[in-house]
Design a protein around this ligand. Structure first.
Ligand code: F6P
Length: 482
């Protein structure tokens, strides 16, 4: 932690960079957390932590976390951010996280609703919304308590859309940035939200001085919503950004694409556990080409249509039967929601069908891996001939950047044009419409048939673009303008 309080940087997010585990002897140990937002911020913050000190406020998500929070634990390794966990009452957290953030805000920004049936905003939604506000208020109170004059505060994501305004009301002098790691919905879709909620979210984010997005499309959709829903005055600048004047304040809106710390990633992938996993996977592939995907089992990731595309590839182009293996990592996610449980079942069912339809005694066409195994997924990225990243919609998608960086022989990237990453690396990918299964199957074929030198050239170009937007720069750019 810093000795100069004015240099302190506060960070706030739902999921934090560590989670606590209780050992057999009853002691609490902190372990690193995962996810795109956490990994980007963690590497980006290392320099800031060494420079002025960082305090990262996040939610206590497990019993061990809550106990650590009660003990006032602040994980604080040398040169890393100090972490303090907020203890939110479980029923408030459940309503705010599952009820609003995951079931409504995630769905609206990823266009996941099923309009004939969902959404349906009744009394239960209104109850959850009260909890969402309380959850944001808890963060605003904690951030205000840690702030001194002109403290810089970085608030992350859709879980904390109201927090910038709630903090501004308490600390008018704070320098607040909000960063949205998801896409942003176009106004006609965003306006499915009840009017007062649609307005409150925008007004909440406009409590910040700076609102950051991962791609031009998302920043521009946010500006459209500010105009359409709030009637705010919007000035548009180059590159998708702009300014919004609302309630006597101005918020700058800007685009900050997130890349990868290539050196750190390659160093991690050179460790013994990844090398061992690569040996196992090489054995499983048995000399065949590998199509790899690495995702959480998340509705927006479009895993079922990806499997359907693989099925169409094998059906339409028999030359690949017996000569390719699809290694699909689909890790458990948000199993508290019925939609996610049903989706996970469909993924398993389609995987079973593909193996039943095409498998032979010496060839399993599809290997579905559902156990969260980071070293194994890094190993798969190293070995991939084709990487499939086909989300319905995605803020950025770091897997699309990490795969080509790690790939040993060079891989062809089949990438959804609806991922934010398409704006950064789309020129060197095979872009697809994620709803078009046949076009995705054709792109898989093109990737498998692509000459090795071309795969290497494209992978190198993608790695260079990712490196140019490494998390350190991504964060420094946000701090420079705050
Ligand atoms: O996409 C933004 C993001 O914050 C990711 O970093 C993360 O994967 C996800 O949303 C949140 O996931 P969870 O609900 O598991 O924290």
């Amino acid at each position: 932690m810093t000795n100069d309080p004015s240099r302190l940087l506060l960070v706030a997010s739902n999921r934090g960079p560590v989670s606590y585990q209780r050992g057999a002897d009853g002691s609490l140990t902190a372990r690193r957390g995962g996810g795109g937002m956490v990994s980007g911020l963690t590497s980006g913050l290392a320099a800031a932590a060494a420079d002025g000190g960082v305090l990262w406020l996040c939610t206590a998500l497990s019993d061990a976390d809550r106990e650590a929070a009660r003990l006032g634990a602040r994980a604080d390794a040398h040169g890393e951010p100090a972490v303090a966990m907020l203890e939110i009452p479980p029923e408030v957290f459940d309503a705010a996280y599952n009820g609003i953030a995951n079931s409504v805000l995630w769905f609206v920004h990823h266009l996941l609703f099923d309009p004939p049936n969902q959404p349906r905003f009744g009394v239960e939604f209104r109850r959850d919304w009260v909890a969402y506000r309380a959850y944001n208020e808890a963060f605003a109170i904690a951030l205000a308590a840690e702030s001194v004059a002109d403290t810089r505060v970085l608030i992350q994501d859709y879980h904390l859309a109201l927090a910038p305004r709630l903090l501004r009301d308490r600390r008018p002098d704070a320098r607040i940035a909000h960063f949205q790691h998801t896409p942003w919905a176009p106004p006609e879709y965003y306006r499915m939200l009840p009017d007062e909620v649609a307005a409150a979210i925008l007004d909440g984010m406009l409590g910040a001085d700076h609102a950051g997005f991962l791609a031009e499309r998302w920043a521009s959709a946010f500006l459209d919503c500010c105009e359409a829903v709030l009637g705010a005055r919007v000035m548009r600048g180059a590159g998708g950004g702009g300014r919004v004047s609302h309630r006597g304040r101005v918020t700058d809106v800007a685009v900050h694409p997130l890349g990868v710390d290539t050196a750190a990633l390659r160093a991690r992938a050179a460790e013994a556990d990844v090398r061992a996993a690569a040996g196992t996977l090489t054995g499983l592939a048995g000399g065949r080409q590998l199509i790899v995907r690495v995702d959480r089992t998340e509705l927006s990731k479009n895993i079922v249509r990806g499997l359907d595309a693989y099925r169409e590839l094998l059906g339409a182009r028999p030359e690949w039967r017996g000569n390719v293996t699809h290694l699909a990592f689909a890790y458990p996610s948000r199993s508290a929601l019925a939609e996610y449980r049903a989706y996970t079942e469909r993924v398993h069912e389609v995987a079973r069908q593909i193996n039943a339809e095409f498998g032979t005694p010496d060839w399993q066409p599809l290997i579905l891996e559902v156990k969260d195994d980071y070293p194994r997924s890094l190993a798969a990225s190293k070995l991939a001939d084709v990487l499939l990243v086909n989300p319905i919609r995605d803020g950025m998608n770091l897997v699309a950047e990490e795969g080509p960086i790690l790939s040993e022989r060079g891989c062809a990237l089949v990438l959804s044009r609806e991922a934010g990453a398409a704006a950064l690396i789309g020129d060197d990918a095979l872009l697809v419409n994620p709803y078009d299964v046949t076009a995705t199957a054709d792109a898989l074929h093109t990737g498998l048939a692509m000459p090795a030198f071309e795969r290497r050239r494209r992978s190198a170009a993608i790695a260079a673009a990712a490196e140019a937007h490494a998390p350190q720069r991504w964060l420094a750019d946000q701090l420079d303008v705050l």
